[in-house]
Design a protein around this ligand. Structure first.
Ligand code: NAI
Ligand code: MG
Length: 360
């Protein structure tokens, strides 16, 4: 069976790490006899340079006709002065909307060989295994109006936090489903002491919980959640939250694993064509230097194998290969607090590939 994968490398280190994911997928294809067909498209700054748009229609069409999408990262100082609607990040928001990607799943798990790379104490992070379920198509990032305005002749500005109840219900239901395959606990994160949207969020969580009697529901205010993630992260199983809270909390949670460069994500589509991307951005400070950590991207590809294609043992093989090079002490710069051997992006990719092909 042929599987069509749309590949959108994007900008900066997005391009460097995406190359790695494709190489690893090619190796998986070779090793396990699968036919992956890659189609490359532009998004972000590189698309702006070529076509004037951060997300050309041809990219959207290509993604829609694919079985899954792999995305690197977009953005960079070169495009920072563009008006908002012409910034690379608009391409990102638009592709989420166009592909109906309503949920972003961000698993955060502890790697024992990386305990020295996290600024947090080993006693705190040991055994962490949590999943952040972030709503992706609503909230402040999409609400209208979002504009500069005036009030009584004075400069002002407005952004809008908007949700349809059905969107809230859909994401919370997914969180409960996922929790019932894990440790049966959902922490719903909101700001219900201040925001009306959060009050509806909380009510909806209570309604959904009735259908999942085996899953424990707890509510937590987002400011407390930010603190608890660092104080006692092991208390969490599945955390579900709205778009911006999820964006911020998941960057914070990345510190638990040692580096932003380690974290994969999967964005689930209503239509079945999911998108997989690392949670980091284009990292202009290290772009082009061949030092980025490709693991978040490669683990995102593993997650594609599992969730989009049902290739469980192939996904396991990629994750084991990553684990093996970490256990062997190989580290890119972001993890190298006490490196046994510091390696470049391309060396890291080659080592992961070798570890993959080495498995029987
Ligand atoms: P960033 O995630 O690109 O970088 C934050 C810090 O982490 C930097 O010091 C960077 O060097 C480091 N880092 C990130 N990924 C790494 C990796 N794989 N290996 C080693 N170190 C890594 O976030 P920043 O700097 O705030 O944003 C840079 C650009 O990326 C901006 O234009 C932003 O809008 C965009 N961005 C794009 C995202 C996406 O495409 N999904 C997500 C987040 C930001
Ligand atoms: Mg972010």
């Amino acid at each position: 069976m042929k599987r069509k994968i749309a590949v959108l490398p994007g900008d900066g280190i997005g391009r460097e790490v995406t190359r790695g994911a494709v190489e690893i997928l090619e190796a998986v294809g070779q090793q396990f006899g699968h036919d992956f067909e890659f189609h490359f498209g532009e998004i972000g700054g590189s698309a702006i340079d070529r076509t004037g748009s951060p997300l050309p229609d041809e990219t959207v069409e290509m993604c829609k006709s694919s079985d899954a999408v792999l995305l690197g990262a977009v953005g960079g100082p070169k495009w920072d002065q563009q008006p908002l609607h012409l910034r690379p990040e608009r391409g990102l928001l638009k592709i989420r909307k166009d592909l109906h990607l309503y949920a972003n799943l961000r698993p955060i798990s502890y790697y024992s060989s990386l305990s020295e790379s996290s600024p947090l104490k080993k006693e705190i992070i040991e055994g962490v295994d949590l999943l952040i379920v972030r709503e992706l198509t609503g909230g402040l990032y999409f609400g209208k109006p979002s504009e500069r305005t005036t009030l009584d002749g004075k400069e002002a500005v407005v952004d809008t936090l908007f949700y349809q109840k059905s969107e809230i219900k859909r994401i919370i239901e997914l969180a409960f489903k996922l929790a019932s395959t894990r440790r049966n606990k959902v922490t719903s994160v909101d700001k219900a002491n201040v925001l009306e949207s959060s009050r509806m969020w909380r009510e909806t969580a209570e309604e959904v919980a009735k259908n999942y009697p085996e899953v424990e529901l707890e509510h937590m205010l987002v400011d407390n959640a930010a603190m608890q993630l660092i104080r006692n992260p092991r208390q969490f199983d599945v955390m579900v939250t709205e778009n911006m809270f999820g964006d911020i909390l998941s960057d914070e949670a990345s510190v638990l694993t040692g580096s932003l460069g380690m974290l994969p994500s999967a964005s689930v589509s209503v239509d079945g064509c999911n998108l997989y991307e690392p949670i980091h951005g284009s990292a202009p400070d290290i772009a082009g230097k061949n030092v980025a950590n490709p693991m978040g991207m490669i683990l995102s590809a593993a997650s594609m194998l599992r969730l989009s294609f049902g290739l469980e043992k192939e996904a396991d093989a990629v994750e084991k290969a990553v684990q093996k090079v970490l256990d062997a002490g190989l580290r890119t710069g972001d993890l190298a607090n006490s490196p046994i051997r510091g390696v470049s992006t391309s060396q890291m990719i080659a080592e992961i590939k070798a570890a993959l092909l080495d498995q029987e």
